[in-house]
Design a binder for this molecule. Structure first.
Ligand code: SF4
Length: 61
């Protein structure tokens, strides 16, 4: 199963990156199109940012 953040088009892009990064061919082979996508540093960073955002919202509520 490929990464749910992989946005395929004319050029594949990473929906988990802030800058809509284009994964390299090597990154696509290693992470994006494999079950190992859960180990991708970009995905882990996205999950950490999301968790931090939720925590900030909780503190201000
Ligand atoms: S595997 Fe990583 S680089 Fe590839 S689309 Fe997912 S988060 Fe982005």
């Amino acid at each position: 199963m490929e990464c749910p953040y992989l946005e395929k088009g004319r050029v594949a892009m990473c929906g988990a990156s802030i800058t809509m990064m284009v994964p390299s061919i090597e990154e696509e082979k290693t992470w994006c199109s494999t079950e190992d996508h859960y180990r991708c540093p970009m995905l882990l960073s996205h999950v950490l940012r999301s968790g931090a955002r939720k925590e900030r919202v909780k503190r201000t509520a």
